[in-house]
Design a protein around this ligand. Structure first.
Ligand code: ARG
Length: 257
């Protein structure tokens, strides 16, 4: 995770971002501290990446890399405003001793690359270059399923799909092309289908340890639906970070050993 000390909305690279509206950075930090505390209370280890002045989106750590089996594929950002974040992540992983590969094609880390069991769901359409998907398969040694996103509000895959455990997802079908919907229906016939209103507050931007699912407090119907499946919803309020177009998952890069 990366503390939002320099969080702001100074440019707009997704429809959520409104540089004309005020942002309360101190409130963003408090909400982010609650998220961090939530992970610690659940027994997880949280490593911190130092925030860099002038990189207001760096709080969205999920975009900085993808880690599978202790191997790291670095990110390459679509927009120049975020480009410098990639090197900060790569430096952190190299210093921590992880074998790290710098990518050839644009990929926005776990924003578009979602690990579900043995497979990597890979989004494209807004950010990640579809050519990055083969690179992911090669570098991380996993099967990759390409999924085309169509709704600009759900510009990253992790705004439209949540991995609940190794075999279960929650998702918003209308965020995908018919072909991508067919792929997900075939692979995950028991998926939780999100309510449109819950997805519209980025309710699907959730982090699960296979049992506890940390999700936006503003998505109560989704919380009830996943509780019905035996998961334990853990609501958090990250309303200030939603002004940047992100939620709990965006703030969290999972380091899979
Ligand atoms: N403002 C950031 C962007 O548009 C938000 C990133 C959200 N991160 C995510 N994993 N979906 O790039």
């Amino acid at each position: 995770m990366c503390r939002p000390d320099h969080f702001a909305v100074t440019y707009a690279i997704n429809p959520w971002m409104r540089p004309d509206l005020p942002v309360d950075t101190a409130r963003a930090v408090r909400q982010w501290e609650d998220l961090r505390r939530t992970y610690l209370d659940l027994g997880h280890v949280v490593d911190l990446l130092d925030p860099v002045p002038g990189l207001p989106d760096m709080v969205f750590a999920a975009n900085g890399a993808t880690v599978v089996g202790g191997r790291v594929l670095g990110a390459r950002f679509r927009h120049p405003e975020r480009a410098a974040e990639a090197a900060a992540h790569t430096a952190w992983f190299r210093a921590a001793g992880f074998p790290t590969t710098e990518p050839e094609f644009v990929n926005e880390g776990e924003g578009d690359l979602l690990v579900v069991g043995d497979v990597v769901l890979a989004g494209t359409g807004f950010r990640t270059d579809p050519r990055a998907h083969a690179e992911v398969a090669r570098v991380l040694g996993r099967e990759v399923l390409t999924l085309d996103l169509v709704d600009p509000r759900y510009y990253h895959l992790d705004t439209a799909v949540a991995a609940l455990d190794d075999a279960t997802i929650a998702w918003l079908p209308s965020a995908f092309t018919p072909a991508a919907q067919a792929v997900l229906r075939a692979r995950f016939p028991d998926a939780v289908v999100a309510d449109v209103a819950d997805a519209a507050v980025l309710g699907l931007n959730a982090v699960s340890d296979g049992r506890h699912v940390v999700l936006p407090a503003q998505a109560p119907r989704l919380a009830a639906a996943i509780a019905d499946r035996g998961f334990v919803p853990v609501p958090v309020d990250l309303s200030e970070l939603l002004l940047g177009g992100g939620g709990p998952k965006c703030c969290t890069l999972e380091v899979r050993p």
